[in-house]
Write a protein that binds this ligand. Sequence first.
Ligand code: DTR
Ligand code: ZN
Ligand code: ZN
Length: 345
Amino acid sequence: MKLHWHRRTIVLIAALGLCVVLLALTLVSGRTDDSAPRGQGRAATGPQSQPQATTAYEHLEEFQAIADEHGDRAAGTSGYEAAAQYVEQQLASAGYQSSRQYFTVEDHGEEFESFNIIAETDGGSEDNVIMLGAHLDGVQNSPAINDNASGVAALLQAAKELSQRDEPKNKVRFAWWGAEEFREPIGSEHYVEDLADSGELDDIAAYLNFDMVASPNYVIAVYDARESDTWLEVPDGSRQIMEFFTDYFDSRDQPWVTTGWNFDSDQRAFIEEGVAVGGLFTGSNERKSRKQANIFGGEAREPRDPNYHTSGDDISNVDQEALSIMTDAITHAATSLAEDSSALE
Ligand code: DTR
Ligand code: ZN
Ligand code: ZN
């Protein structure tokens, strides 16, 4: 009898123990699913376990999934954090050591922290740095796929391709900027101020900006360095960057047009400090001319991106051909200027 009671107690305790273990396991796995951003959760066993995107478009699918889960990728949100972790994971699996540069955003009396992500090649001349950047944040309540997951994705592909090459002659530095979608592009401004203060800005040979490179009614446009603003002189060397891109497009029989500067994007702080700048663009809400429609196809007199800064800026509204043309051009810029920057002189 005594033995019987004892066995029942043991069975009861064992069953209770099992329940506690099962409950704990459920809680742990539940917490991982809920709090880990998409992508990062799957990387729990290390970067290698993450399925690797092989095209810029596959990165866009990840950014769309992040937007589906978090709503948007605006500065200071969980969507921005999830997107940043995705970029960091991709960089880590390509062998880069990225870092976050934090800064404070002040907006309508509110203050919060955001950050840029910076990664660079280990090797290459430290005083002739080729810098390429794209803003990672988006406007509120939008998946922000063309503006600017497209630039982010193209830049990731360029960084991955460069990581497969031999040690570069010039250092190449990549920036995924935070908080561009404000009155002033805050993240890039913070970065440039920081570099100017430490005297390292002179080491930047060129800054190339990529903001919107998959517009549905696209043009293939190069920032026009011949143009100046009444209050901003386009720095020396910018013309050479423009020609670097137009020569590349010519060599591939790819038609191109020029675009006026938009001084509200991340090249602005670099221009103000006299760094040579350039960039590529496929259009926002400006209308496509008849001439441009003849060159690139698409709809004349219609916006080049009718979803600019709206909730319709999603993956169904990007042009994959434009994205692929621009990704190749950006990859060419990174890999070729890494080897030889004489085209910029
Ligand atoms: N202001 C940028 C988008 C933008 C619009 N026109 C241009 C020309 C060149 C670069 C960028 C842009 C934004 O909303 O992020
Ligand atoms: Zn924008
Ligand atoms: Zn933008």
